[in-house]
Write a protein that binds this ligand. Structure first.
Ligand code: IPE
Ligand code: IPE
Ligand code: MG
Length: 244
């Protein structure tokens, strides 16, 4: 797509979070098993991620699997993990191409109980090349905001214990800098399709002043036009951050 055909926005959010919800319902509506919805949702993720980068979003997070999603039937969890593994292999093959474009991919969440082959691919993909990054694409996998904040607290406590940090020097910034998103801007916009109006443990800290946009469209049907609509709405929001 050439640049002229892309929409222009007066203000763009610095960091957009996508809660990719509604895959299961999409499949159920078609009489298909839920995993088919996850296959379609993974396709949408590829299309929307690329499009968001094309229109100038510099940082984006896709919520793919929560710390609570392990409660689902084993077959569904396995199907999601296999899709994720497929995607990792693809991203690994495309790493050089992505680096050329300035796209840096990272993974947010607790990796400790993910399969070893996936962990190795994740580490490889996110290894920095030294090239300048124009776009950050985060995938949140086995991610839970409470786990992330707990992890941050634990890391800070270790520093206090070893004497490199004094309790009185702990600020909001200290906590921010120990989250998986350290160094990234706070969320400006959260997009949740599928008609739900909740965060489901997504970036509770980073979302303090995020704008929320929801729609009834199910994630597999989420289109470039839907993203445009969310961004047009964002342009009009009056953000006050507690001021007047
Ligand atoms: C989102 O779609 C994908 C994950 C949470 C892994 P869902 O699977 O939650 O779809 P619904 O909400 O059941 O329709
Ligand atoms: C949120 O969706 C998690 C992801 C999209 C990965 P859920 O479907 O798990 O959220 P709830 O259960 O409806 O709150
Ligand atoms: Mg859901």
């Amino acid at each position: 797509m050439d640049d002229n055909s892309l929409p222009k926005f007066d203000v763009l959010p610095q960091h957009v979070g996508f809660i990719m919800d509604g895959n299961g319902r999409w499949a159920q509506q078609r009489g298909l098993p839920r995993y088919k919805g996850h296959i379609e949702g993974a396709k949408t993720f590829r299309v929307i991620g690329e499009y968001a980068a094309d229109i100038g979003i510099k940082c984006m997070t896709f919520y793919a699997f929560s710390t609570e999603n392990w409660r689902r039937p084993k077959e569904e969890v396995n199907a999601i993990m296999n899709l994720f593994r497929e995607y990792l292999k693809e991203a690994d093959e495309r790493k050089a191409e992505n680096e050329e474009k300035g796209i840096h991919m990272t993974f947010l969440g607790d990796r400790s109980n993910l399969p070893m082959d996936m962990k190795m691919l994740m580490n490889k993909i996110e290894r920095v090349s030294g090239k300048q990054h124009k776009v950050i694409v985060n995938i949140a996998i086995n991610y839970g905001s409470r786990e992330e904040i707990t992890h941050s607290a634990r890391e800070i406590a270790k520093k206090v214990k070893s004497g490199v940090l004094s309790p009185d020097d702990i600020t909001e910034e200290t906590v921010t800098n120990h989250l998986y998103t350290a160094g990234q801007p706070d969320l400006d916009l959260i997009i949740r399709p599928s008609g739900e109006h909740r965060l489901s443990n997504f970036m509770l800290w980073q979302a303090a002043y995020a704008e929320f946009w929801s729609s009834n469209v199910l994630w597999p049907d989420f289109s470039k036009e839907d993203l445009n609509e969310a961004l047009r709405e964002f342009e009009k929001r009056n953000r006050r951050f507690g001021g007047v």
